[in-house]
Design a protein around this ligand. Structure first.
Ligand code: SAH
Length: 228
């Protein structure tokens, strides 16, 4: 079984690449893909670059070119829930696109005809993530992650996303990956560690905690891989 491991930024996959045996590197569509081994697992690892289009491209390449059978996303996110602190983990039970707006035609925010508003993560992979987090007493929450092509650094926008989608965290790739997985019938899960609170200081917090939070997410990923 080949597992795709995707991040958005190089900082998100560096701690992952450090712990696997890299076998081959490929350059496709201006992205680098690493074929690697971890214990008896075959992996393909990449960072997509930021945003929904880039994430969708990388996820598609991992399935259609490399033949991955499932996908785990690991990275950082802005926290919405008050109780989420920097470094806390979020496991998405479902994901949506908060920046989709064709409401002029009577559709709800986030909805694209012939697709779904919420994409559900694989319950089996999520159970692995949750058990791993519990077994190590890690602080984590399960809930909706809202994705959009915007770095949110505004209480107003964050509160709107919270109210509209009942989301606990937001980021810029998860729902795009989820949409590809749904279209191709592949199981996936999205792990994120909080880097900021999506408020007025979000950029400073993000820069301060990106590497540390990316490592927390990668640590949870490896706890999952141990069980696979
Ligand atoms: N500092 C980077 C830009 C980071 S964009 C640069 O200058 O190139 C933020 C990234 O982290 C995205 O990949 C997104 O998925 C995640 N993220 C973390 N906090 C976020 C927030 N508050 N809003 C949206 N995405 C966030």
């Amino acid at each position: 079984m080949k597992i795709a491991i995707l991040g958005a930024m190089v900082e998100e996959i560096t701690p992952i690449l450090a712990r696997v045996q890299i076998q081959k590197e490929h350059e496709i569509g201006h992205n680098r893909y690493y074929e690697a081994c971890y214990k008896n697992l075959e992996l393909v690892i990449a960072y997509s670059k930021i945003g929904k289009v880039n994430a969708a491209l990388s996820a598609s390449v991992m399935f259609l070119h490399f033949g991955a059978q499932k996908l785990i996303f690991s990275g950082v996110a802005g926290g919405i829930a008050e109780s989420l602190k920097v470094g806390d983990l979020v496991v998405a039970d479902k994901l949506c696109q908060h920046d989709v707006d064709i409401t002029a035609f009577g559709h709800p925010f986030g909805f694209i005809p012939e697709t779904t508003l919420f994409y559900e993560a694989d319950s089996g992979l999520n159970v692995l993530a949750i058990n791993a987090a519990k077994s190590c007493n890690l602080r984590f929450q399960i809930g909706t992650i809202a994705t959009g092509d915007q770095f949110i650094a505004s209480p107003e926008r964050k509160n709107w996303v919270a109210k509209q989608f009942n989301a606990i965290a937001l980021e810029m790739e998860g729902a795009a990956v989820a949409a590809i997985c749904a279209a191709l019938g592949k199981p996936f899960c999205v792990l994120r560690a909080i880097s900021d609170a999506a408020d007025a200081d979000a950029n400073v917090s993000f820069d301060t905690f990106l590497e540390k939070s990316a490592r927390e997410s990668a640590d949870l990923l490896f706890l999952m891989l141990e069980q696979m």
